[in-house]
Design a protein around this ligand. Structure first.
Ligand SMILES: NC(=O)C1=CN([C@@H]2O[C@H](COP(=O)(O)OP(=O)(O)OC[C@H]3O[C@@H](n4cnc5c(N)ncnc54)[C@H](O)[C@@H]3O)[C@@H](O)[C@H]2O)C=CC1
Ligand SMILES: N[C@@H](CC=O)C(=O)O
Ligand code: NA
Length: 433
């Protein structure tokens, strides 16, 4: 085969980046792929005047790509759940390989899509969907193949990390979110970024590829960054921690943890230094130990880098005459375990608690006694006289690692005390042990 022919669906941020890099680095990419990679058709609803398609046929109907007999690989870059699902299933039915950057699609419909693809004998790849340009799916499915992976944790949403980084400098949330949207980092619906849905999509995929379990997005716990206050971010810093929005997956007795939430991480850990649109994923393997993958998590050409790496992989597969060197989730179908996601109350974490209490003798003793009754050990406690306001003082406590249900019960009792006002603020903390 002299060339592999690509049809691109969606010419937005990632589609534009993919088209441009494929054109700019055509010779180099052909050298790596062992054949030319040629864009033979494009379909997109909105046009970009800055991209010259030359004589490549184009239309607004994505089915034109799927039904084009000249297309070997359909590159799905339209985003969203349902239309993308129909597009990908139709491409598979037509015997075409699929490359996608759509983590929402894979996290929610991946089990169905991989089954259809296996039956049709085609590849479906999704590297760009997880942590953008970082080749983390390749690292997990191939580089970590010798290891039992017990946990992974990552900053896996560029928009959210960009917002948290700028908030630390004192900038307002909404202004920074608008900036991330203007830079092309945010999802079509930016609440997916801010409320942790996008991170949960990516975490679901990485967990399945790490542990060899089916995709279970509907069981993931998702908490966003929109309710974080500058006060708690600053006080976490005083305790030696930084607040990051993490996705965490951990293998436990009888199930797996799958959770996305703001998290205190030690300032001394490398992951605390990951700022702006950059992402980082820690993966812990029993043989290799802790590894970290770092780089741009969003953006046009950064994401295109991963899309094209997948296209090259598919081109090599086509030349080798197979359906894909690597199984869809990195495990042979018969090796997929039936492990379920644990309910949140059975997950384990350390906690930052902020209790708004009356500034009166004996209150701290009552708080400590409730925590102790629930088996919660205190790592550190912080209370500053300069913060007394209206006879009330914030008490900030960092706990040791405990089960979430112990903390839920303790918080319920703390909030019922006459000496405690408002809801107790709770942010989980990780030390990556
Ligand atoms: N923007 C980024 O940095 C990253 C985005 N992604 C994913 O890549 C995919 C694309 O994202 P972006 O390029 O940012 O989005 P975008 O909104 O910039 O581009 C989407 C393109 O698809 C076209 N489109 C949408 N629905 C269509 C339909 N039914 N028929 C024809 N054309 C249609 C739109 O006209 C637009 O040109 C999404 O799944 C997103 O989650 C993944 C990693 C990074
Ligand atoms: N909206 C996403 C884009 C990449 O996946 C992000 O901000 O990380
Ligand atoms: Na990636």
């Amino acid at each position: 085969m002299k060339e592999v022919r690509v049809g691109i669906c969606g010419l937005g941020t990632v589609g534009g980046g993919t088209f441009n890099v494929l054109a700019r680095n055509a010779g180099l990419i052909a050298g790596r792929a062992g054949c030319a990679i040629r864009t033979v058709r494009v379909a997109t609803r909105t046009w970009r005047d800055d991209i010259d398609l030359g004589d490549i046929p184009f239309s607004t109907d994505i089915m034109d790509v799927v039904n084009d007999p000249d297309v070997d690989v359909v590159v799905e870059l339209i985003g969203g759940y349902e239309t993308a699902r129909e597009l990908v299933l139709a491409a598979i039915a037509n015997g075409k390989h699929v490359v996608t950057a759509n983590k929402a699609l894979i996290a929610v419909h991946g089990n169905e899509i991989f089954e259809a693809a296996a039956e049709a004998g085609v590849a479906v790849t999704y590297e760009a969907g997880v942590a953008g340009g970082i080749p983390v799916i390749k690292a997990i499915r191939e580089g970590m193949a010798a290891n039992r992976i017990d946990w992974l944790a990552g900053i896996i949403n560029g928009t959210g990390n960009y917002i948290l980084t700028e908030m630390r400098k004192g900038r307002p949330f909404n202004e920074v979110l608008q900036e991330a949207q203007d830079l092309g980092y945010a999802e079509a619906d930016p609440t997916f970024d801010v409320e942790g849905v996008d991170a949960a999509h990516k975490l679901t995929i990485m967990a399945s590829a790490s542990f060899g379990v089916p995709l279970q997005f509907d069981r993931a716990y998702t908490e966003g960054i929109s309710r974080l206050t500058p006060y708690d971010i600053a006080h976490a810093e005083l305790l030696g921690y930084r607040v990051k929005h993490l996705g965490i997956a951990r293998r436990r007795e009888g199930g797996i943890e799958l959770r996305v939430h703001p998290t205190l991480v030690p300032q001394s850990h490398l992951i605390a230094q990951v700022d702006g649109v950059l992402n980082a994923v820690l993966v812990d393997g029993d043989a290799v130990g802790q590894t970290m993958y770092y780089g741009p998590g969003a953006g046009d050409e950064a994401t295109a880098s991963a899309v094209i790496a997948d296209i090259v992989d598919v081109a090599r597969t086509i030349q080798a005459g197979g359906q894909g060197r690597v199984p869809y989730l990195g495990f042979a179908p018969e090796a997929i375990e039936d492990l379920e996601v644990l309910p949140m109350e059975y997950t384990q974490s350390a906690y930052y608690l902020r209790i708004q209490a009356l500034d009166r003798p004996g209150v701290l003793a009552k708080v400590a006694s409730i925590l102790s009754e629930h088996g919660i050990n205190i790592e550190s406690i912080m209370q500053k006289e300069s913060e007394v306001h209206d006879g009330r003082i914030p008490v900030i406590i960092l706990t040791h690692t405990v089960q979430e249900r112990q903390v839920n019960q303790a918080i319920e009792e703390l909030e019922a005390l006459d000496e405690v006002d408002d809801q107790v603020v709770r942010i989980r903390a990780e030390n990556f042990n």
